[in-house]
Design a protein around this ligand. Structure first.
Ligand SMILES: Nc1nc2c(ncn2[C@@H]2O[C@H](COP(=O)(O)OP(=O)(O)OP(=O)(O)O)[C@@H](O)[C@H]2O)c(=O)[nH]1
Length: 329
């Protein structure tokens, strides 16, 4: 029998017994060391906010999933271990095909580190995951293919990215596209229309005597006018149209697939809607008008610049002719 405290054991017995006791002491300290390490690993796995997982590709069995799975997915790890379809069921339906295809890619590539897809957590919330996966390199030849992975909740990062994108492309005052974003989108529509030989109309809109609005009613009232014009502009658009504020009191729109007479109808409706707007400042009410320059893509247009220049000239012609009108150029 091994003494209770091996350290205190007396070594007055035979050399064999002493050796056995030494081996037992060593084994005991090894067990203590391993159990310490296991505790360390398990506390690491609990605190890491990412799901570590292992998957047997051949048997389609989830072999291991770390505690963060239950936190992020809101589902039971036990159910996932007994049925891999639990994972498929939690994927956002539009992303399921991509998530499965990119998982299979790991067999060819050895590692897939740019997988991002959405899941629907048990509470109904949609979350974004970055789910990197790797072939287990330590497997012996002939052993089953094990895929290991680390899935991180990147919902907040995605939200911040979307917010940054919105801030970079939106005019703060009117919440319309800013100049740079408008022209990026317009350029894309121009290239598409040229490629397909489809019609496309371009509209420029400039508020009449806007300086007078600021001077008479104040900058705040001027800002309000800009916001209401932007609302009218957005309301006049169909899906796929592009609209933005491209200067102080200047707005622009692109109507892809829109023939000239249809574009004129849109501009006339917008002109009328803006004429109906009524603004009040202290006890005064006032209205505003706009001048619009309209043009359409021609076979000679080899860049958006020439389309823009024609719309600009038409808009200045509208100003020259007395404002509050639409000129087609
Ligand atoms: N309130 C407000 N005013 C702005 C903003 N950006 C530009 N403006 C003003 O827009 C006015 C533009 O004046 P002008 O270029 O003389 O044009 P206009 O008075 O509309 O004259 P026409 O274009 O000839 O009809 C200036 O008074 C600018 O200060 C803005 O963000 N808010």
């Amino acid at each position: 029998m091994v003494p209770k405290n091996l350290q205190d054991a007396s070594f007055t017995q035979s050399p064999d017994t002493a050796q056995t006791l030494m081996a037992l002491m060593h084994a005991q300290s090894e067990v203590a060391r391993l159990s310490e390490r296991e505790q360390l690993f398990s506390s690491l796995l609990v605190s890491v906010n990412a799901v570590l997982w292992a998957f047997n590709w051949e048997t389609r069995q989830v072999l291991y999933v770390s505690p963060a799975y239950e936190r992020i997915f809101g589902r039971s790890a036990g159910s996932l271990l007994s049925d891999y379809n639990e994972w498929r069921d939690s994927i956002y339906p539009d992303d399921l095909d991509y998530a499965e295809r990119s998982l299979a890619e790991v067999l060819v590539k050895g590692a897939v580190e740019d997988r991002e897809y959405r899941i629907i957590a048990a509470d109904g919330q949609v979350r974004w995951l970055s789910d990197k996966c790797f072939i287990n390199r330590q497997a012996e030849p002939g052993q089953p293919v094990i895929i290991v992975g680390i899935a991180e909740d990147i919902t907040e990062k995605k939200r911040m990215e979307a917010e940054l994108q919105r801030l970079a492309t939106t005019d703060v005052l009117t919440q319309s596209s800013n100049r740079r974003h408008f022209f990026e989108c317009a350029q894309r529509e121009f290239a598409q229309a040229r490629k397909q030989g489809a019609p496309m109309a371009f509209l420029l809109l400039d508020i009449d005597d806007f300086k007078g609005v600021n001077d008479t009613y104040g900058h705040q009232a001027g800002d309000n006018v800009l916001q209401r014009i932007a609302e009218s502009g957005r309301a006049a658009l169909r899906r796929g149209d592009v609209f933005g504020r491209i200067g102080g009191e200047e707005f622009a729109a692109v109507f892809p697939g829109c023939a000239p007479d249809m574009a004129m109808q849109v501009a006339e409706r917008l002109q009328w809607q803006i004429q109906q707007l009524s603004f009040s400042h202290d006890d005064q009410t006032f209205g505003i008008t706009v001048s619009q320059g309209l043009t359409s893509l021609t076979p000679e247009d080899d860049s958006l610049d020439s389309v823009f220049a024609r719309a600009d000239a038409a808009m200045y012609e509208a100003k020259r002719q007395g404002k509050n009108r639409i000129i087609s150029g």
